[in-house]
Design a protein around this ligand. Structure first.
Ligand SMILES: Nc1ncnc2c1ncn2[C@@H]1O[C@H](COP(=O)(O)OP(=O)(O)OP(=O)(O)O)[C@@H](O)[C@H]1O
Ligand SMILES: CC(C)(CO)[C@@H](O)C(=O)[O-]
Ligand code: BAL
Length: 279
């Protein structure tokens, strides 16, 4: 596996391959788990060359404590990427990505006003800028993103459309632990007791999906989820929303199969977790 830390070296390396080979790209913030590895494996199946980036993007963190606590395990990550068949890892420094603080601001319209957009001000500006820069550096044919960050998928879809990136966006299923907890790098920050309790997010989503498919209203369903979390003082539910799985706009009733998403975010101690189900 090749490893690069500067954009110019990576670009030079890829410039020859690009003319005849398809490049699949998996952007990450490291602390890799099976969810990331499945993205690499899918990219490997569908492309000639797989590039993954590891960069904890400071400008997408709205909470400085969240940034300082974010797990960093670069050497272990590179071993996992190599074992999964990744061809190239790009692990730049913050200075490499941002020689100067960026002044460009991206606004994703209605996506900014709900869920992650509303509760993490500036987050999608930071995601959009770094994904745009990474697309320019790697120039992939396809880019792989996890459903776990469903609103991020909608943001990247807009970025691709609004800036005409010639990139195919591939949304990949959420990979879960045996008890149903969505794999996430931040799970590493849970205490053993919190880890056991964290499955409440998946249970609440499953309950919500059952209620909606039985014909309960979105309002009744959201109340039922709020009740689950208000019964447990260790959690602080941030939002529960029923939305269109592509546009992220709230819906009042269940849409065609695969079009409805239930999304939530909750704090468990100092750890903020998100999850969703699409059905
Ligand atoms: N459980 C998962 N299943 C599928 N894809 C995932 C999963 N977890 C993360 N991903 C995807 O991996 C890519 C990189 O995500 P990232 O490095 O932020 O990991 P993460 O586990 O989402 O970390 P965190 O949620 O703590 O930020 C994103 O496209 C993300 O959606
Ligand atoms: C897409 C991403 C790598 C941009 O920093 C990040 O938001 C993530 O890991 O999901
Ligand atoms: N996994 C999405 C990136 C973030 O939480 O900042």
């Amino acid at each position: 596996m090749h490893r690069f830390s500067t954009a110019v070296d990576l670009r030079n390396h890829l410039s020859v391959a690009r003319s005849s080979q398809k490049i699949g790209f998996v952007p990450t913030m490291g602390a890799l788990h099976e969810g990331h590895i499945r993205l690499i494996e899918k990219a490997k199946q569908e492309n000639d060359i797989v590039v993954s980036s590891i960069f904890v993007n400071p400008i997408q963190f709205n909470n400085p404590d969240d940034l300082s606590r974010y797990p960093r395990t670069l050497e272990e990550d590179c071993q996992k990427l190599e074992a999964a068949g990744c061809d190239i890892v790009f692990a730049p420094s913050a200075d490499e990505m941002y020689p100067e603080p960026p002044t460009l601001r991206l606004n994703f319209g209605e996506l900014e006003t709900i869920m992650e957009g509303a509760f993490r001000p500036g987050h999608f500006n930071g995601v959009g800028l770094v994904v745009g820069k990474l697309f320019n550096i790697v120039q992939p044919n396809r880019a792989y993103f996890g459903q776990k960050d469903l609103q991020q998928v909608a943001v990247v879809r807009r970025l691709i459309r609004d800036l005409s990136f010639p990139v195919e966006l591939v949304r990949c299923p959420t990979i879960r632990e045996a008890d149903g907890l969505a794999m996430s790098s931040r799970n590493r920050n849970l205490t053993p007791d919190q880890r056991i309790e964290a499955v409440t997010l998946f249970k609440a989503l499953t309950l919500a999906q059952n209620l909606l498919t039985e014909g309960q209203s979105t309002a009744q369903t959201k109340e039922a989820v709020i009740d689950v979390f208000s019964g447990n003082p260790n959690f602080r539910l941030e939002y529960i929303d029923v939305v269109n799985a592509d546009t992220m706009q709230p819906v009042e009733e269940v849409l065609a199969p695969g079009q409805t998403a239930i999304c939530l975010a909750a704090h468990l101690g100092q750890v903020r977790l998100i999850d969703n189900l699409v059905f």
